[in-house]
Design a protein around this ligand. Structure first.
Ligand code: MSP
Length: 691
């Protein structure tokens, strides 16, 4: 991602105009926007395409229902999408409408080319047609011989149609997907497509007779037919950029990424790809299918009535918090569950506690001690050099994750940097320096400059996700050259890249906390506004990273292994009920997380000191959670929970602190567990209990 002058073209699906924009549409569009902004940040030329899919039966029906013409209907609804994207800060380069005359002409050209190449043929089709539903049903689909949707009779109809020779490309497509493992992402979706392709592939009916459906693009070689809406829609990706080039002169097509939901993967991976092949046109480089936003275990959609209107969320929490939540919460590829509560947790624990707090501390101290001015200084002290290194490592790690489409993890890397700044401030206690008058001033400047610089880099990494808030934050630090953005000559991700010419702002509260529960009646509220917390059950637990050095069968218990663990310099024996789930080879050498202060127990004659944390994953297999990248002996903590471990912790005390999996990470309530190297991950579904 760091190679400058690369070109990057990304697309979203074009949305049907029979619906108003909802979270499913908003997510794909925000994801594309965030990726585009990251690629821009890395110095690339970008092109971001979105738009609306305006032909077809559903649109015609929706227009009929409203008593308008399809064109009037699409004009209104397409505008709604465009406006919605404006309101959530989407910086697309082109918004295509399939009713654009250029698009219509392009589709006709392509369909004609397929016809000329002999890739389309005409065939009589006999089927069971429902006039009410305006579609064919197979014999199997009928209920008591009637249309299964409306319950009305069906007619046997013979109809002429045009077919694309898709079946001729089946072997080629299988081979192509196998030879290009990153063509369809994530890999389990690629396997699904390959699975689908194990069945014989039919030819694709690409026409609809005008007598049934008039709202479409007329086929150039038969004026009585319109193009099937998917054929029309898929060509948007090319028609929108036809003849357009990047600044270096290279054509915009092919796309680097087609982003889409898993429900429309086949149309892209099979229909689109084979049509392009038949036309000898370049294929998109990657097709990325993301999961669905769910609510109460149902996909969020208009038909199920559980849609969240992105605009409502925007009004309540602000655009950037909404964007942040969607990108942070969903592991790209998997389903995620949406709740207001989860959003508030992220807002309070990450944005208010870490990001906002870091900034306001610096601003306060710079106001009292330095007259709102910072002067850049070299990083001479050990802690300063470490902070600078942390910033540089965060940039490399985060951009690496973005390239791997692990945006939630990229945010995690950035948060780790911001937390390092907060820790540095605690160690350096600059509020004491502020009281030392002139003598403390230079030291105070150095501490605040280093904190500000590391934060500035963190904010720059968050800017693709939260464009407005981060511009506000950067401006508050006094680093922006002008309201429009960065000085293009210097990368915002380089330490010392900017001067601190402008004064720092005062009294900025970037992310006000949302109070979730009222303080207990009569409870004390300290001056800083935070309710006094009762002892937290997690504080009593001491978790550490351990390496499995040896695995033996338990002499007296069939389900247990006896493991020898290395925890820093220390060696320990722990019994674990993992025999059903993992082989000794799978366990040996693995890094795990152990409850370090658990009261030793004698398990059928073997003394076990501690317990390995594990979660039940796919197929009921129990797998230890993983402290990715951390070293044996490292502590594992829950963010914002100061440790106060108790010796000889009982199982009962341990169980008072519920640990669960969310988006592949282990959480204590709303707080992710982490080692110094990052979050503790678990291969288990959301909500799985870790013990
Ligand atoms: N018009 C077609 C796409 C043509 S692209 C050449 C279409 N439109 S759509 O409006 O119905 O859906 C657009 C996208 O929204 C799909 O990628 C779909 O997966 C996504 N989503 C709709 N509901 C969703 C969720 N609840 N969660 C996440 N995305 C989902 O299909």
């Amino acid at each position: 991602m760091s190679t400058a002058n690369k070109n990057f073209f990304i697309t979203t699906p074009i949305y049907y105009v029979n619906d108003t924009p909802h979270i499913g549409h908003a997510y794909t569009t925000i994801l594309s926007d965030v990726l585009t902004r990251f690629h821009k940040l890395a110095g690339e030329n970008t092109f971001f395409l979105t738009g609306t899919d305006e032909h077809g039966q559903k649109v015609q029906q929706a227009a009929d229902k409203r008593g308008t013409s399809p064109q009037e209907h699409t004009d209104i609804f397409s505008k709604r999408f465009k406006e919605a994207w404006g309101e959530i800060n989407i910086g697309f380069d082109k918004f295509i409408r399939t009713t654009d005359p250029e698009h219509i002409a392009f589709v006709q050209k392509m369909v004609q080319a397929l016809w000329d190449k002999g890739q389309i043929y005409e065939k009589e089709y006999e089927g069971l047609y429902s006039v009410g539903e305006e579609r064919f049903f197979s014999e199997k689909e009928l209920v008591n011989g009637m249309d299964p949707v409306s319950g009305r009779p069906v007619e046997r109809v013979t109809e002429k149609n045009y077919f694309f020779r898709m079946s001729a490309y089946q072997d080629w497509l299988v081979k192509y997907i196998e030879e290009h493992p990153d063509f369809i992402l994530p890999d389990f979706r690629r396997n699904e497509v390959l699975g689908f392709l194990r069945q014989p592939l039919n030819d694709l009916c690409i026409s609809r007779p005008k007598s049934r459906l008039a709202w479409g693009i007329t086929l150039p070689f038969d004026k009585d037919f319109v193009a099937y809406v998917w054929v029309d829609a898929l060509f948007n990706y090319m028609s929108a950029v036809d003849g357009k080039t990047f600044p270096d002169g290279s054509p915009i097509w092919p796309a680097d990424y087609h982003l889409l939901g898993k429900d429309i993967l086949t149309t892209h991976a099979v229909y689109w790809t084979t049509m392009l092949k038949a036309l000898d046109l370049p294929l998109p480089r990657h097709i990325l299918a993301h999961g669905w936003w769910m609510m109460d275990n149902a996909r969020m959609s208009k038909t199920t009535g559980n849609v969240v209107n992105p605009m409502d969320m925007k009004t309540e929490f602000g655009v950037d918090v909404f964007r942040y939540f969607l990108i942070r919460e969903m592991v790209v590829g998997q389903d995620a569950s949406f709740s207001r509560e989860a959003l508030v947790l992220r807002l309070n624990s990450e944005l208010a506690n870490d990001v906002g707090n870091g900034l306001s501390r610096i601003l306060k101290l710079a106001a009292t001690g330095l007259g709102n001015r910072l002067t850049p200084v070299p990083s001479e002290g050990e802690e300063e050099a470490a902070l600078k290194r942390a910033a540089e490592e965060a940039v490399t790690a985060a951009l690496e994750k973005v390239r791997a489409l692990k945006l939630s993890n990229a945010i995690e890397d950035t948060l780790a940097l911001i937390r390092a700044v907060n820790r540095y401030l605690e160690v350096k206690a600059p509020w004491k320096l502020a009281k030392e008058g002139e003598a403390g001033k230079a030291k105070l400047n150095s501490v605040l400059y280093h904190s500000a610089e590391a934060l500035r880099i963190g904010f720059s990494l968050l800017q693709p996700v939260m464009p407005s808030k981060m511009v506000e934050a950067l401006a508050a630090l006094g680093v922006l050259q002008g309201a429009t953005g960065f000085d293009p000559k210097t990368s915002p991700l380089v330490w010392g890249g900017y001067g601190y010419g402008n004064p720092l702002a005062e009294g900025v509260n970037l992310f006000p906390r949302i109070e979730t529960a009222k303080p207990a009646p009569g409870g004390q509220k300290p001056a800083d506004g935070k309710a006094s917390a009762p002892a937290d059950p997690f504080s009593l637990i001491h978790l550490k990273v351990a390496r499995v050095e040896a695995v033996e069968d338990h002499p007296n218990a069939d389900s247990l292994y006896v493991l020898r663990l290395k925890i820093g310099e220390e060696e320990r024996t722990v019994c674990a009920g993992l025999k059903k789930h993992l082989t000794p080879e799978e366990l040996k050498g693995r890094d795990v997380v152990v409850v370090y202060n658990l009261k030793p127990a004698n398990l059928r004659g073997v003394e076990s000191k501690g317990m390995i944390l594990a979660a039940e994953g796919e197929g009921g297999k129990v797998i230890p959670v993983s402290p990715d990248g951390a070293a044996p002996g490292d502590d594992v903590t829950a963010e914002g929970t100061p440790p106060a471990p108790k010796s000889d912790l009982t199982m009962k005390e341990f169980e008072k602190a519920p640990l669960t999996v969310r988006s592949g990470t282990v959480f204590y309530r709303d707080r992710p567990l982490r080692s110094p190297k990052g979050p503790i991950s678990a291969k288990a579904q959301d909500g799985t209990v870790v013990r």
